[in-house]
Design a protein around this ligand. Structure first.
Ligand code: ADP
Length: 202
């Protein structure tokens, strides 16, 4: 066996922590789809779909989409065939209420998260990276005021979900400063130390 079957992961970190980039890499390494709610919403906006029209103004202001709508979107995505053998969630759950929604959904499938990767990055570094991304990609939610709003929401609403998962013993805190390769290697090492991942064959 080269890749563990059925690995269910969540990556959490402040905006600018690089969780999107690392999430995609780790998902590839584990052979599971990376599911980013931010990407799903941005794609919907770009496509001008009904979902996109519902969330456009909210995303552009850096506010959160309602828990009901977000959870419905995630349930739908997790019900697709490619997510039956595991997945990596990025950007969801983002508050305690969404944790309950996800728990309920996974329990109904007799599943649970195997590990939560907490990517830690100092606030100054996050802000510097976001400002750079704003210049490079022109994301409409990367202006200074909107960045400040998103970071405040992260600290107030998202950071507390880590306490819930810590109490379950499934959080691995990983230093998010370094090269992309170094950080990916740290994450893989943390997951392997839990018996997840690629070293199972040996
Ligand atoms: P970032 O983490 O840099 O804010 P994301 O790509 O994760 O960017 O999300 C972009 C936007 O999509 C958020 O600001 C929010 O409006 C919306 N969004 C993403 N995930 C969620 C979620 N779980 N609940 C509510 N809104 C969300």
């Amino acid at each position: 066996m080269t890749v563990s079957e059925g690995t269910r992961l969540l990556i959490v970190g402040p905006q600018g922590s690089g969780k999107g980039t690392q999430g995609v890499r780790i998902a590839q390494a584990f052979g599971v789809p990376a599911i980013s709610t931010g990407d799903v919403f941005r794609a919907a906006v770009a496509a001008g779909s009904e979902l996109g029209n519902q969330v456009k103004a909210i995303i552009e202001g850096g506010d959160l989409v309602s828990d009901e709508l977000t959870s419905a979107v995630v349930r739908d995505r997790l019900s697709q065939p490619d997510a039956q053998g595991g997945f990596l969630l990025d950007g969801y759950p983002r508050n305690i209420n969404q944790v309950s929604h996800l728990d309920e959904f996974l329990e109904g499938r007799d599943e649970s998260l195997d590990a939560v990767i907490e990517l830690t990055v100092p606030r100054d570094e996050s802000i510097a990276r976001l400002s750079l991304r704003a210049k490079e990609q022109g994301r409409t939610d990367d202006t200074e005021a909107v960045i400040a709003n998103r970071l405040a929401i992260y600290e107030r609403e998202t950071a507390p979900i880590l306490g819930v998962y810590r109490a379950r013993g499934i959080v691995d805190a990983v230093d998010g400063v370094g090269s992309l390769d170094e950080i990916a290697a740290r994450i893989v090492a943390a997951l392997e130390a839990r018996g997840l991942g690629r070293s199972a064959a040996a």
